[in-house]
Design a protein around this ligand. Sequence first.
Ligand SMILES: NC(=O)C1=CN([C@@H]2O[C@H](COP(=O)(O)OP(=O)(O)OC[C@H]3O[C@@H](n4cnc5c(N)ncnc54)[C@H](O)[C@@H]3O)[C@@H](O)[C@H]2O)C=CC1
Ligand SMILES: [Mg+2]
Ligand SMILES: [Zn+2]
Length: 276
Amino acid sequence: MTSRWTTAVLDTDQPGGWAVARSPEGFLFDDNGALFPREWLKRQDLSILAEHGIGHLDGEPVYLLELRSTSEVPGCSWKGLRAFMLDGDHTIYKVLGYAAQIGTWAREHRFCGNCGQAMTQVPRERAMYCQPCDLRSYPRISPSMIVLVTRGDEVLLARSPRFVTGVYSTLAGFAEPGESAEDCLIREVREEVQIEVKNIQYMGSQCWPFPHSMMLGFHAEYASGEIVCQEDEIEDAQWFNVHDLPPLPASKSIARYLIDVYVARRLGHAEPVLPG
Ligand SMILES: NC(=O)C1=CN([C@@H]2O[C@H](COP(=O)(O)OP(=O)(O)OC[C@H]3O[C@@H](n4cnc5c(N)ncnc54)[C@H](O)[C@@H]3O)[C@@H](O)[C@H]2O)C=CC1
Ligand SMILES: [Mg+2]
Ligand SMILES: [Zn+2]
């Protein structure tokens, strides 16, 4: 099956195509969704910081208008990326997730980190360039490990104070310089719950554009230790029986996938598919 959405670096001097608009309040949308005819959108009263050609949807070029501030557009409203993930078409969420990552990165790399001078967009490449330093900055991606630790019929799930009330999820954390994926996973589980794990198995990955994580998902078995929650980071962590699980993360997340796969295996059900 060919993908409906492919990323590309498009020339913003070319006319036509679709456009999405992103402000501090999220993406613009109306009854037809978040994609607007680009020429129409550019005639609206928007405070455009930058324009990026980001790819093709069903063969049509798509651009991002990154705005300085939120403006009123008649008949339209603004909505955050998370809401598009939860209730929208998955392909549109992929377009908007990519747009959000490019918009954030370009906005945060307008000036050279080495000399402080203004950087420029490199034509035909997704990079910002500082001529005096001959320095290119590419979109930032932050690898994060996410792991479901299990002990027979039990799974280890935890709550961060940032989660929706009642929801428990798998453990996760950002890789630090000098670490392998496995080193990071072992350290994060130790730090967050003081548990040791064994038999680490890679399960799959997922782009998580909040704002620029690349989630690498694993399964690991419990080896030793008693749960001790990390202060401030982990509000509660428990072993839950697969027959008696708490409220879980959103169905399209890799956290949910890791849990659903394990439960399906234990109960002999069909395995779910990880949303790309
Ligand atoms: N897609 C999914 O199913 C899930 C995704 N996640 C994502 O995984 C990522 C990591 O999870 P957390 O438990 O929050 O991480 P974590 O356990 O490493 O703790 C977060 C702390 O890491 C530091 N930090 C923030 N950004 C960083 C970066 N880019 N590199 C290194 N350190 C950084 C900050 O001190 C922050 O308070 C987050 O982006 C989170 O949204 C987490 C759970 C589920
Ligand atoms: Mg964490
Ligand atoms: Zn420079």
